[in-house]
Design a protein around this ligand. Structure first.
Ligand SMILES: [Zn+2]
Length: 324
């Protein structure tokens, strides 16, 4: 069948995966011919096409409204749609990430609700792990489209949705600075989408050249080339979440609306408490010191150390918040 289709459209406009086939055509005439080819082949090979599960989608320019096909109607018994899920990705006729994002947000909500009892009892580190396992892959699907998106509002919408999903999984408060959330999340849409886009392009070109695919084995790696020195959530207990949330409270000592951040408390009230970055650095130092002394260090040792590190800061902060 592919051989016959190739006579009608270029090979790179045919995507076939198992019994799933997607073809790109420039006009209705070609589309009709391709459909005839597919139908004829299916009949000869005793394969029945499920027309109601198939669909035709017209890609149109963002600013244009005029369509050749009417959504909701049928073309040769195939429904005409303006959005379609193909191999896990929701595509729409304007090729924006919005349709997929809407699905992702709903899915995130459902997953988060199901994991609720578990999330409540685990550390910040484990919560982030769950988020990486369940939520990150949902976003990965649309990153190539996001990468090409020019509209800032659309880009911001996706970045916001991603941060919100992270907050909802970790229990971190809404008022937390974007920079800190970003660092805790350690997943940059810009960087990651550029990386995936480059790989997709390479694959596309390879495919067009009909070569054996050997690029993109590294796609599975969550991290891109620039790796942060330390995962900020590493070894962070549940108490860290409480601590960070308390830091977003308004300072009771000031009349103006200032948050009780370590920077603020030091500058205006000469109170010194640790930031998440300080704690993370301290953990690294502790590990190094132990290692240099060739002392055995278990995960439980580190967790214990971190808890003892955070507690006095938490107590100090509580005192500030309870004072007037
Ligand atoms: Zn203050």
């Amino acid at each position: 069948m592919l051989w016959k289709l190739k006579e009608l459209i270029p090979i790179e406009d045919i995507c076939a995966y198992a019994d799933d086939i997607l073809i790109l055509c420039n006009n209705l005439e070609t589309l009709e011919k391709c459909m005839e080819t597919i139908e004829k082949w299916s009949e000869e090979n005793n394969m029945k096409i499920n027309k109601s599960k198939s669909a035709i989608m017209e890609f149109i320019h963002r600013q244009k409204r005029k369509r050749n096909l009417v959504v909701g109607q049928k073309f040769k018994d195939y429904p005409i749609v303006d959005q379609y899920k193909y191999l896990g990705t929701w595509l729409n006729s304007k090729l924006t990430h919005e349709t997929h994002l809407r699905q992702v947000i709903n899915k995130t909500y459902t997953i988060r609700r199901k994991l609720s009892p578990m999330i409540y009892s685990i550390s910040l580190e484990m919560r982030k792990n769950l988020w990486q396992i369940f939520i990150m892959p949902l976003y990965e699907f649309i990153l190539p489209i996001y990468h090409q998106e020019q509209a800032t509002t659309k880009r911001n919408k996706m970045e916001l949705a991603l941060r919100n999903s992270f907050k909802s999984f970790t229990g971190l408060k809404k008022g937390m600075q974007t920079k800190l959330i970003q660092d805790l999340m350690d997943y940059d849409l810009n960087e990651r989408s550029k990386y995936l886009y480059d790989i997709s392009q390479k694959r596309w070109k390879t495919r067009a050249r009909k070569e054996i695919q050997n690029v993109g084995n590294e796609v599975g790696n969550i991290k891109s080339s620039q790796e942060n020195p330390q995962n900020l959530c590493k070894y962070m207990p549940k108490s860290m979440i409480k601590y960070l949330n308390m830091l977003t409270s308004l300072c009771p000592k000031c009349k103006d609306k200032h948050r009780c951040s370590p920077e603020h408390l030091l500058k205006y009230h000469k109170i010194k408490i640790m930031t998440a970055y300080d704690v993370s650095e301290d953990i690294l130092k502790y590990q190094k010191a132990r290692k240099s002394k060739k002392m055995k260090l278990t995960r439980a040792d580190i967790l214990n150390y971190v808890n003892n590190l955070i507690q006095p800061n938490l107590d100090k902060l509580k005192e500030v918040l309870n004072s007037k």
